[in-house]
Design a binder for this molecule. Structure first.
Ligand code: HEC
Ligand code: HEC
Length: 257
């Protein structure tokens, strides 16, 4: 971790307009890693053009600057006061383009209808507290995945390593349970059924265990959904993760003095 506070510049003595101040602080504190234009260098990623960064709220960026990203090369800037950090955020928003929004590829409202309807995603996945339990909660997925990565996860789950399968267990007494194996040791198995309930089974009770031949995440969404529908679902996930560009933009403008 870089001991940044020792080398961070102080601008407290002069009081230029905040936007200029933000630019100055950015040049001296951020540019050597992220580049003067914010588009990155071999030391740090692009924070100007990447949609995942554009979609961060001002307060999230504020936190990142103040606390750094632990375990990475992004240092914490404890020595800046909040007005200095606000000025940096405002300048970063300028670099990201005042009027350029990280446009959604489709219609999130339609995507929501598909997610909870025809596409059936909500049978397995939850978003914002609504939906199924058997697969990953997707509420935050788009925070760290670009649209293309989300598309890929939907249409080509195998390439994403999504091989989770359902199993059906038959006990000696004839009872059957279907679900996902969530935990297992030599003597027992914890099974989660599609409705989210957990079953704790002793292996000595188990007569038969069948694993579905197909992975749980359907592999045919590239055919079942057309391009527009896919873009709609992706947009729904992006927006669910807090990526409303309009809101981000409005906040950014609040910092233009
Ligand atoms: C010593 C190099 C360095 C400096 C100086 C630096 N950063 Fe970073 N920054 C990084 C690295 C490396 C990452 C990627 C962290 C990761 O892997 O998640 C990063 C990540 C970020 C992110 C998050 C990007 C994301 O993907 O979520 C933001 C925002 C950011 N930096 C803003 C700034 C700002 C603003 C400054 C100046 C106040 C600054 N950084 C100074 C190295 C640096
Ligand atoms: C029958 C259950 C099922 C349905 C229906 C389903 N998925 Fe999945 N999905 C899974 C499983 C299982 C995984 C693998 C990740 C995990 O273990 O939870 C997965 C993984 C994903 C991932 C990657 C998540 C990660 O953390 O890597 C995304 C994104 C995703 N699904 C989106 C969708 C979307 C969008 C739909 C609807 C168009 C959909 N899924 C329909 C079961 C399902």
């Amino acid at each position: 971790m870089v001991a940044w506070s020792q080398t961070a510049p102080q601008h407290a003595n002069s009081k230029p307009a905040s936007a200029i101040r933000g630019k100055q602080i950015f040049s001296s504190a951020c540019a050597q890693c992220h580049g003067l234009d914010g588009r990155g260098s071999e030391r740090a990623p692009d924070i100007a053009d990447r949609p995942t960064v554009q979609r961060l709220s001002d307060s999230q960026i504020f936190q990142i600057i103040q606390n750094g990203v632990p375990g990475t090369g992004m240092p914490a800037f404890h020595s800046f006061d909040s007005s200095q950090i606000h000025a940096i955020v405002a300048h970063l928003r300028t670099l990201q383009g005042k009027n350029k929004t990280a446009a959604l590829p489709g219609n999130p409202e339609q995507g929501k209808i598909l997610f909870f309807g025809k596409a059936g995603c909500s049978q397995c996945h939850m978003v914002a507290g609504d939906g199924g339990f058997i697969a990953a909660d997707l509420s935050e997925y788009a925070r760290i995945h670009e649209a293309d990565q989300i598309r890929n996860a939907i249409v080509d789950p195998a390439s994403n390593g999504q091989q989770a399968r359902l199993v059906t267990v038959t006990l000696h007494n004839g009872e059957k349970y279907a679900g996902r194996v969530r935990d297992e040791d030599n003597f027992s198995m914890q099974l989660q059924s599609l409705d989210g309930s957990f079953f704790f089974l002793s292996k000595s009770e188990i007569d038969k265990l069948q694993t579905d031949s197909q992975p749980l995440m359907p592999s045919d969404y590239g055919i079942r959904l057309n391009t527009r529908e896919l873009n709609d679902v992706i947009s729904f996930l992006i927006r669910a993760a807090g990526g409303t560009d309009a809101a981000a933009q409005k906040k950014a403008n609040e910092f233009e003095y």
